[in-house]
Design a protein around this ligand. Sequence first.
Ligand SMILES: Cc1ncc(COP(=O)(O)O)c(C=O)c1O
Length: 382
Amino acid sequence: MATTRREFVKRIGLGAATGLALGHTLSGQRAQAQTLAHIASGNFDNGIMQLNQNESARGPGPKTLEAIRKHTSKRVGRGYAPDHVNELRAAIASKYDLAENNVLLGTGSTPILEGSVHAFCSAEKALVTAVPTYSTSEQTARKMGVSVHAVPLDADLTVDLPALAKLAPSAGLVYVCNPNNPSGTVHGPEVIDNFVRGVMRASPDTIIHLDEAYIDYTDPGAMETALPLVKEFKNVFITRSFSKAHGLAGMRIGYALGHADTLTKISSSWGMGDVNMLGALAALTALNDNEHIEWERQENFAIKTFVIKAFKEMGYEVPYSHTNHLFVNLGMPASKFRDACLAHNILVGRDFPPLEKTHCRISLGSREEMEQAVAVFRQVLA
Ligand SMILES: Cc1ncc(COP(=O)(O)O)c(C=O)c1O
């Protein structure tokens, strides 16, 4: 018989403090499995609640965990030609109706971000990016001595695509994070389509990288993948990550989808790392576990709604986020808020210049974590 979340929480003795204030009832079986997994995993990492990295607080879904367990055997002693890696590439290609050479795997999407700057930027060819945005591309360019055009977000904290487009003709690579980290804002398909076509007309040699790491957390209808543009334009590629909604950050798997020549340039200019057997198997299972991804999206949505409401009640502005993190205008330095939270064993996000004097990024943890965290936020902001 299905058990309600409230009954379950009571039964395992967590009391009323856990998970009840969100006003959202999970389907019974699922809630039990997730809550048990959460408790068993000792999720409060070494006593510090980690709201600073945008990983999934819930980890992979039950099917993926089971697949990992099943494949944890002596076979992990063999791995220089690891099982499942080719299978994973083939499965990703098939999911998106692409050939296998249109898929580039990496140990997380990070090496692909780094490799693309190495492949397409140089002393003469700048990187165009937003600020603040996910900073790996910019950091890589700065290490290489490549010039960086970093365009501030607009007043709504969305990526200013017209300003990026104007700078594209001098650029080797334009990086667009959609949805954007840290602001959580998103551009819909028409806007992205117009932007890509505009850049490709004005500067056909420039490469456009659309980073869709958070796509699985977006509200329905808010955005679409830029895959059709990847299929149309050789110079457009997208990256995805298994580190976010799939809950596999520790397994280090990401991928790019693009033209074979574009991907070959990336992989030949930087090491992509060796995807490992268990990681590939986990990603292979998670890739098409649509039920879990939808559950994860809804769970994140409920938690996000709860935390946004709490900040609004406290009188703070929060741009609506399509990710698993919020970028809150606290009107105080992020460092001050971070120190105050850390005194309560909660770690929130780093500085995001030029908004570090006002905004703080808070990654969304589990229900239980965010209820505790909101109580602490209320206290330190009072
Ligand atoms: C927008 C974005 N892209 C890429 C990454 C890199 O993630 P990974 O290397 O785990 O795939 C992150 C990590 O936080 C991110 O926020």
